[in-house]
Ligand binder design. Structure first.
Ligand SMILES: [Mg+2]
Length: 461
């Protein structure tokens, strides 16, 4: 956990323990160059939460909606309740979410629609609608904020929070109450896990799905649970990492928690060591009530039908650039570096990168800078199926100083403003570049108007 300039991993490694450590660090952290002690209210609050966690007055909670996209469709169409439902993404080509009834028929997430229909012919297949999912997601966030003073908007249907039971309430009561409130107010089934750290809370809620509510704070109970879970259940431990652990006899989460910390660090670097602390009930990450500043912004995703047509690929670049500019302007930042990544059906990607002489968010200048990137990323005659556009080295728009060669162009700037204002008023993409004309069918389908990455404020990406 980073509090001011001192990290919890640092204080885990000292000989001080728990509350003494926290108090010592609170003082160290608040020491000014003048030698006087002074600290901000936020720092005190953050340390208070830590002290309370160690004394079990507070813990970490994780709330996760059950098959969220399906549940969201059921909120507005109760006819879908209790039936096998699949939500389609990728221009309707594959199942991106499924109900438990459809899961029972053997349909997997990511499965092409033609395979899913064979396995589950009675299923009801609906197209995704991220704008609606975001509306419900924000309502969940509002309810959560009423129930906890510190809520992190982790992903569209996942929240971490500081669990603080009311008078006479246990952590278990709190978990049940939260699940019930979301169900009553929003008609959404969710699962809640409460534990001593984020990793433990997520493991608990994952294993309590669906519609579970479980608080596990006793070491014995924790160990019992960890022993049953393979290490791959931990988010951040994929197959590759699990393979590195196996020769050392580390297969379950409990094996990892009991392993030598130095060995874990050697095998899985500092990230793995942080997981080790978390599995042992020592939180290493704080609950971010506000999203930290973006280091990078990106837009892109699937191209739907793969294409080897350079005009179509260029049209996708322009579409993604217009989406990226929308985001840059919202956050009032300008990039100094751009990367264009193109994925091809044969698995060999292409990439182009450019550094801008002067940070800018102007469409004409960014497109000019990106054209050579597309030439580098383009593999002629190979069908492309994905594209990502990444903006880095972000400068504050309001404080950016125009450089010596700053291309001030009142006409282009006025045009960009008009484009933004019309789109804000009439609708996204109402005014867009003529270069996107080859993608008419994409723009005509309302389901493509809003994507998961357009949901702002999430921590996970
Ligand atoms: Mg979920």
């Amino acid at each position: 956990m980073r509090l001011g300039h001192i990290s919890l991993s640092h204080f885990n490694s000292t000989s001080f323990r728990k509350i003494d450590q926290i108090i010592v660090l609170l003082l160290l952290n608040s020491r000014k160059p003048s030698g006087r002690y002074c600290t901000s209210l936020d720092t005190i609050r953050a340390y208070t939460i830590l002290v309370d966690m160690y004394t079990r007055k507070r813990a970490v909670g994780h709330l996760d909606a059950d098959c969220f996209y399906v549940s969201a469709e059921r909120v507005r169409d109760p006819f879908l309740k209790g039936k096998p439902v699949g939500v389609l993404g990728n221009q309707g080509a594959c199942v991106i979410a499924k109900s438990y009834e459809m899961k029972a028929a053997g349909v997997k997430t990511g499965e092409p629609i033609w395979d899913a229909v064979q396995k589950c012919p009675d299923g009801i297949y609906v197209k995704r609608d991220f704008r609606w999912y975001e509306t419900l997601s924000r309502s969940m966030l509002e309810v959560m904020r009423r129930l906890s003073g510190h809520v992190e908007y982790y992903s569209i249907d996942e929240f971490f929070f500081v669990a603080e039971p009311g008078p006479g309430q246990s952590f278990q009561d709190l978990a049940v109450a939260m699940r019930q409130t979301i169900l009553e107010e929003l008609d959404l089934p969710v699962t809640v896990g409460i534990a001593r750290s984020r990793t433990l809370a997520k493991l608990i809620s994952d294993s309590a799905k669906p519609f579970g509510a479980k608080a596990v704070l006793e070491k014995e109970h924790e160990e019992h649970l960890l022993a049953r879970l393979p290490v791959t259940e931990i988010s951040g431990v994929a197959k590759r990492r699990a393979k590195r652990l196996l020769p050392w006899g580390i297969a379950s989460c409990l094996d990892l928690a009991k392993a030598d910390r130095g060995l874990v660090r050697k095998l899985l670097t500092a990230t793995g060591e942080a997981l080790w602390w978390e599995l042992n009930g020592e939180p290493t990450g704080e609950i971010h009530s506000a999203r930290p500043r973006h280091k990078a912004l990106s837009r892109g995703g699937s191209l739907g039908e793969s294409t080897a047509d350079p005009h179509r690929l260029y049209a996708w670049l322009v579409r993604n650039l217009e989406r990226l500019i929308e985001e840059l302007r919202y956050h009032r930042v300008m990039p100094g570096k751009l990367t264009l990544w193109v994925g091809y059906r044969d698995g060999i990607p292409g990439e182009g990168q450019t550094r801008l002489a002067v940070p800018t968010d102007r469409f004409d200048l960014l497109l000019e800078a990106l054209r050579p990137c597309l030439r580098r990323a383009w593999r002629p005659k190979h069908p492309a199926n994905r594209m990502h556009l990444i903006a880095e080295d972000l400068t504050d728009r309001d404080t950016a100083q125009g450089g010596l060669f700053s291309p001030h162009d009142p006409r282009a700037e006025a045009l960009a403003d008009v484009k933004q204002r019309i789109n804000e008023r009439i609708g996204r993409f109402a005014v867009r570049s003529g270069a996107t004309l080859p993608l008419k069918s994409i723009y005509d389908d309302g389901a493509n108007g809003y994507d998961i990455c357009d949901v702002r404020g999430k921590i996970c990406f």
